[in-house]
Design a protein around this ligand. Structure first.
Ligand SMILES: *[C@@H]1O[C@H](CO)[C@@H](O)[C@H](O)[C@H]1NC(C)=O
Ligand SMILES: *[C@@H]1O[C@H](CO)[C@@H](O)[C@H](O)[C@H]1NC(C)=O
Ligand SMILES: *[C@@H]1O[C@H](CO)[C@@H](O)[C@H](O)[C@H]1NC(C)=O
Ligand SMILES: *[C@@H]1O[C@H](CO)[C@@H](O)[C@H](O)[C@H]1NC(C)=O
Ligand SMILES: *[C@@H]1O[C@H](CO)[C@@H](O)[C@H](O)[C@H]1NC(C)=O
Ligand SMILES: *[C@@H]1O[C@H](CO)[C@@H](O)[C@H](O)[C@H]1NC(C)=O
Ligand SMILES: *[C@@H]1O[C@H](CO)[C@@H](O)[C@H](O)[C@H]1NC(C)=O
Ligand SMILES: *[C@@H]1O[C@H](CO)[C@@H](O)[C@H](O)[C@H]1NC(C)=O
Ligand SMILES: *[C@@H]1O[C@H](CO)[C@@H](O)[C@H](O)[C@H]1NC(C)=O
Ligand SMILES: *[C@@H]1O[C@H](CO)[C@@H](O)[C@H](O)[C@H]1NC(C)=O
Ligand SMILES: *[C@@H]1O[C@H](CO)[C@@H](O)[C@H](O)[C@H]1NC(C)=O
Ligand SMILES: *[C@@H]1O[C@H](CO)[C@@H](O)[C@H](O)[C@H]1NC(C)=O
Length: 771
């Protein structure tokens, strides 16, 4: 019936012929055989049987699948009504199959050529299955095919040339097969003059984009992303709506897309090798809603007058080499300004953040980090009431955190680290009660933690490290019940450590190092943290659920062309650990601390801790363990060397005594026992001889280690200067650099190897922990 409709209208040259054609149509109906007439009274779909030839072809196709019965059980000889068969649509006139849609049916195996014996097929969708093997060349016999979708399968090999016979094809969708390879066929741009959509993304195509594609008039939607395409990018000569060439190796400069000024909605050229500047013509793309040019080699200044249309929703220019001032007006602003996501990070933009940025009312995420921005954070930033994420880190911003920021009441991440910000944390900041991440580390913030911050109950990551903050730990922190990461390191905090310090179920890292905390390490509550106590360790079950916790995602709701949600991932890949080093703590170390199965990092060095440590440690996950520069006594635990993951051990400069047996293999940890006058480390073959000290005072640990199994002995010279109640702080420095945003931790160890002089020669070694 459909074809006849078309015929009738094709002869219809003027409106007054319409009546004629309707009349013709009625005549057609009347002249049809009675059975078809009946069909128009009942529902043709239910009545008509599947054409036997198509039925047999499909049953043969099914029989060759690896799992025919799971989802195609409705395909059977009996009851071969078209509508009963999963995925089929038939012509209600002829009973011939015109559409086969087998998406998401768990089908696997190769496509049997019998599938090609359904001659009237117009739509073939095999997407989201596990079909493998090559694309059957016989698909080229579908002369009426309009849609061919083989996406999300495991097809491999090249695109067969027979497909160039599909002259009526409108959509060719082969994305996500990973292994489709070879060059993009040269005929792809001129085999069908009605091709609107071509999607070959996430495959292994190489070579250049065929020239014909730049001219194919009908093309609207082109996705060649995530392949290995190279060569220059040229301008397209048709009105594209969607263009995605992300993650290839395309070079050349940015074209103007003049043929698409009124149509292009999504333009994604990210992660290529595009060079040059940002041509002003890009701003005339009136329909643009998403622009991603990140991860290219774009540079130079963006014209100060450069402005996108108010339709723009997503703008990502990050990871380029742009310089000069930020464009004064990024997008036209109207009452409902569209820009939701703005990422200009990782460039070399300088100067102030233009206050006009606060006119982008709809903004949900603002990333300006890793630039050379100076001046203050615009006071009106609080006008952006939809903001969820602000990342201004790694710039040279000064002034204080504007109080007005509390206007961003939906804020989930405030990331201002590594700037030159001063002033105090205002008590009013408690209004940001959705805040999950608060990172103001590496600034010049002073003052205390306001008690009102108790109101920020959602906080999970708090980094105040490397500032000038002071005061005691107040109870506000206890209200952050989801806390995972707390660093107050390198400030001037003081007072006793509160008893609740370890009472956070989700806590992964507590870093209070480099402050003036005094008193005892609180005992108890060690069993609350799931991470510290990871009971999976030592068993065979993997620790997936906890590992998954290490990435945090903040979701933005974006109504955009291809999605309505945008995830912002904050990479929290760090160790499970406690760092209380470089404080004024004294007393004994609570035994509970040594029983934390999940702890990977424990640093209590540079304090005044005394007492003994247990004879056997149960910290199975331990990777780094530093108790150096305290006044600990008693025996070295017997089982340290059986902690298989331990890479860094430092028990130096304490008052440990007894014998460290050779068989424990402590040679792995050079320097670990230095500065313990009463400790004897058993040397090679000769047992422990307290009197036989190394002949040459001042030898470095490295020099002492000859050959892989040689035993080193403690430093004799130190005995003269070392006193168990004295802190030899100047001699051994243990610096730890934490980064919450990179996927590894870097420990920089500067081990004192001197002969007793405080400024003795230093040995440096770099130990990196990869997660
Ligand atoms: C045949 O199916 C088409 C849709 O494919 C429908 O529009 C038409 O009404 C049907 N004709 C009859 C006679 O049922
Ligand atoms: C698949 O179903 C047919 C009948 O529909 C049956 O004869 C056959 O044994 C089934 N095969 C499997 C593997 O279940
Ligand atoms: C086919 O579908 C009809 C109704 O749509 C149903 O009555 C009939 O039982 C089905 N036949 C089979 C074999 O599933
Ligand atoms: C194919 O089938 C799926 C699920 O049955 C459906 O969601 C999709 O819209 C269909 N596609 C076409 C083009 O009919
Ligand atoms: C596909 O397989 C998965 C698991 O193997 C199952 O959960 C799902 O229901 C299956 N889908 C269909 C359409 O059979
Ligand atoms: C297709 O997959 C099946 C099972 O997964 C395998 O036996 C067969 O060798 C594969 N064929 C090709 C051509 O990769
Ligand atoms: C398509 O282009 C190729 C090379 O550009 C040419 O040889 C061929 O004749 C063209 N085919 C059509 C149908 O225009
Ligand atoms: C860029 O593309 C390469 C492959 O071409 C891929 O390995 C890399 O992960 C991509 N980078 C980003 C940031 O997507
Ligand atoms: C832009 O492209 C890069 C590189 O492929 C990708 O990592 C990033 O998520 C994209 N930006 C947006 C907003 O989708
Ligand atoms: C923006 O903020 C300023 C200063 O805080 C205020 O005076 C102004 O009214 C705000 N504008 C809007 C539209 O909210
Ligand atoms: C940091 O800010 C102070 C004022 O608080 C200023 O004197 C100093 O020059 C700034 N430093 C840098 C590197 O911008
Ligand atoms: C080292 O740590 C891993 C998990 O990070 C754990 O599976 C393994 O058992 C540990 N090795 C030893 C010897 O304890």
């Amino acid at each position: 019936m459909e074809e006849r409709w078309v015929l009738v209208f094709q002869t219809c040259k003027s409106p007054n012929l319409l009546f004629m054609s309707m009349f013709l149509l009625i005549l057609l109906y009347l002249s049809n055989p009675p059975s078809i007439y009946a069909v128009s009274i009942y529902n043709a779909y239910d009545v008509l049987d599947l054409h036997p030839q198509d039925r047999d072809s499909l049953l043969l196709f099914k029989s060759q699948l690896l799992n025919p019965n799971q989802s195609l059980s409705s395909w059977a000889l009996v009851g071969s009504r078209c509508t009963n068969w999963t995925g089929l649509t038939c012509s209600n006139r002829t009973g011939r199959v015109i559409s086969l849609n087998l998406t998401h049916l768990n089908l696997s195996g190769q496509v049997h050529p019998s599938l090609c014996k359904i001659p009237f097929l117009e739509t073939l969708i095999l997407s989201h299955n596990n079909f493998n093997g090559s694309i059957p060349p016989c698909l080229g016999t579908f002369r009426n095919l309009r849609t061919l979708d083989l996406s999300h399968n495991m097809f491999s090999g090249v695109v067969p040339n027979t497909l160039m016979k599909l002259k009526k094809l409108r959509e060719l969708v082969f994305n996500n097969n990973k292994d489709l390879n070879g060059i993009v066929p040269l005929w792809i741009g001129n085999f069908s003059m009605v091709l609107e959509k071509l999607d070959l993304g996430f495959n292994s195509f190489c070579g250049e984009i065929p020239e014909s594609l730049f001219y194919l008039k009908s093309l609207k939607n082109l996705d060649l992303s995530h392949n290995y395409l190279s060569g220059n990018l040229y301008d397209f000569h048709q009105s594209l709506v969607y263009l995605n060439l992300e993650s290839n190796q395309l070079s050349g400069t940015l074209p103007c897309f003049m043929a698409s000024v009124d149509s292009l909605s999504v333009l994604n050229l990210a992660n290529n090798s595009i060079v040059g500047g940002m041509p002003t013509c890009i701003s005339s793309l009136r329909a643009l809603t998403q622009l991603n040019l990140s991860f290219n080699w774009l540079k130079y200044e963006i014209s100060p007058r450069f402005m996108f249309s108010e339709r723009l929703i997503i703008l990502d220019l990050s990871f380029n080499d742009f310089s000069g001032h930020l464009p004064n007006k990024i997008a036209e602003t109207s009452e409902k300004s569209g820009l939701v996501f703005l990422d200009l990070s990782h460039n070399r933009f300088s100067g102030d953040i233009p206050f006009t940025i606060t006119e982008l009312k709809g903004l949900q995420a603002l990333f300006l980090s890793h630039n050379l921005l100076t001046g203050e954070i615009p006071a009106r930033i609080g006008n952006l009431t939809y903001l969820r994420v602000i990342d201004l880190s790694y710039n040279s911003l000064s002034g204080s955190i504007p109080l007005n920021i509390v206007g961003c009441f939906q804020l989930q991440a405030l990331i201002l680290n590594n700037n030159n910000l001063s002033g105090q944390i205002q008590p009013e900041l408690d209004a940001l009660d959705s805040l999950i991440i608060l990172d103001i580390s590496n600034n010049k913030i002073s003052g205390e933690i306001p008690l009102t911050l108790a109101g920020c109950k959602s906080l999970e990551v708090v980094d105040f490290s490397s500032n000038n903050m002071s005061g005691a730990l107040n109870d506000a922190i206890t209200k952050w019940s989801n806390l995972r990461f707390l660093s107050l390191a390198r400030n001037k905090f003081n007072g006793a450590l509160p008893s609740w310090l370890f009472s956070f179920e989700a806590i992964q890292m507590i870093d209070l190092s480099g402050n003036r905390f005094s008193g005892f390490i609180p005992d108890g509550n060690f069993n609350i943290s799931l991470n510290f106590n990871n009971s999976d360790i030592g068993r065979t079950t993997p620790r997936e659920p906890l590992a998954a916790l290490r990435n945090m995602e903040i979701k933005l709701s974006v109504i955009a062309a291809n999605s309505n949600e945008l995830g912002f991932y904050y990479n929290l890949s760090l160790m499970v650990g406690i760092d209380l080093s470089d404080n004024l703590l004294h007393g004994e170390i609570p035994v509970g601390l040594f029983g934390l199965h999940g702890l990977e990092y424990l640093n209590l060095s540079y304090n005044f801790l005394d007492g003994q440590i247990p004879s056997s440690l149960e910290m199975w996950s331990l990777k780094a363990f530093d108790l150096s520069h305290n006044s600990l006594s008693g025996q070295i635990p017997e089982n340290i060397s059986s902690l298989g993951n331990l890479t860094l051990l430092n028990l130096s400069y304490n008052c440990f005594s007894g014998i460290v047996p050779k068989k424990q293999g402590y040679w792995r940890f050079p320097g670990a026992f230095a500065g313990n006058p009463d400790l004897c480390v058993e040397s090679s073959g000769e047992g422990c001889q307290m009197k036989r000290l190394p002949a040459v005072p001042g030898k470095t640990f490295e020099e002492e280690m000859e050959g892989p199994i040689s035993v080193w002995e403690y430093m004799p010279g130190l005995k003269l200067h070392w006193n168990c109640s004295f802190r030899g702080r100047a001699e051994v420095l243990f610096l730890m650099l934490i980064s919450t945003s990179v996927s590894r931790w870097t420990f920089e160890v500067t081990a004192g190897t001197s002969s007793g002089t405080p400024d003795g020669e230093k040995e440096r070694s770099l130990i990196e922990f990869h997660n």
